[in-house]
Write a protein of this length. Structure first.
Length: 307
């Protein structure tokens, strides 16, 4: 089985097809840098993402705040990342931990409510609505061991609303995120398309803020846009948002990334199925998770606990 350390070392050593792209700033006055991760590899995917399943997957409200049922009517397993939002004629939810739903399987997945004012409508259909903002995803990974994290998720949504639109009364995370994306549409639209991309690093003043990496470019082509959009809060920051200004030195990015990847993270089981598992990843200042399917890591998400 491929271990987290092996996966990260392949990125560090640019082996197993991985490469690190040129660091770039979203715009000239950005306080952050983005380093694309690319991969040249020939391998068929053994899964599809929730976004690809379309009408071939059914997602229904169970009547419980903390779970929905996903029925996979496709011929392949469906990968559903943590922090994926689900919306419909019921309260909006967020997936709390990455899961794989096997072909033909009906599976209850763990979710949290991100629309406090709306009630539950049992058997209501939900749809995939893209990735939630990174600040809320951080709550999922940092508070996982506490079990019931619903109150912390609601607090995370409220803090984001107060920061982004204090005069807005909506408490629906999907609406808050959509409005923020529209406000930053210019910067998001100008982000370059990188051939064979599978992930990225986000670098801020304190170092690496986020790492997101899939196993194959085909998966990135489907959900990569949502994964980068969940970082809009970070990538829209400019020098004017800070009292101090540091000199932009892109050549130093690689040493900072490699220092992170060579660290020893604590890895612990979260949830598993017949041929897959999701493990938590943690360090003093980072938290995240990795999903493994058929012995191969298909997704890693890691974030600094504080920007």
């Amino acid at each position: 089985m491929e271990t987290l350390n092996e996966f990260l070392m392949n990125i560090t050593n640019v082996t197993s097809g991985f490469s690190l792209g040129e660091p770039y700033r979203p715009r000239s006055d950005s306080i952050v840098a983005i380093v694309p991760i690319t991969r040249q590899i020939r391998r068929q995917r053994g899964y599809i993402t929730l976004s690809e399943a379309g009408e071939r997957v059914s997602i229904k409200d169970t009547g419980r705040i903390d779970e929905v049922i996903v029925t996979n009517n496709t011929e392949k397993p469906i990968f559903i990342p943590a922090a994926w939002m689900l919306s419909g004629e019921t309260q909006t939810r967020i997936v709390t931990q990455s899961v794989v739903v096997l072909a033909g399987e009906a599976y209850k997945i763990s979710v949290a409510c991100v629309q406090r004012s709306r009630g539950i409508s049992r058997d209501a259909i939900l749809r995939t609505s893209g990735a939630a903002p990174k600040s809320v995803e951080r709550v999922l990974h940092q508070r996982r061991a506490q079990g019931n994290i619903q109150d912390e998720v609601w607090d995370g949504v409220e803090k984001l609303r107060e920061k982004l639109s204090p005069g807005d009364e909506t408490d629906n995370l999907m609406d808050i995120h959509d409005r923020h994306k529209r406000a930053e549409e210019t910067i998001l639209r100008q982000l370059p398309e990188v051939p064979n991309q599978v992930g990225f690093f986000i670098l801020v003043q304190k170092g690496v803020s986020s790492l997101e990496c899939l196993d194959l470019p085909d998966s990135w082509r489907v959900i990569g846009k949502s994964l980068i959009e969940k970082e809009v809060e970070a990538i829209s920051q400019t020098k004017g948002d800070f009292d101090s200004i540091f000199e932009y030195k892109p050549q130093q990015a690689y040493s900072v990334l490699r220092a992170l990847l060579q660290r020893q993270f604590v890895v612990e089981p979260v949830i598993s199925g017949p041929n897959w598992e999701t493990t938590g990843i943690s360090a003093i200042d980072y938290a995240g998770e990795a999903t493994i399917m058929d012995g191969t890591i298909i997704h890693v998400s890691l974030g600094r606990k504080e920007y």
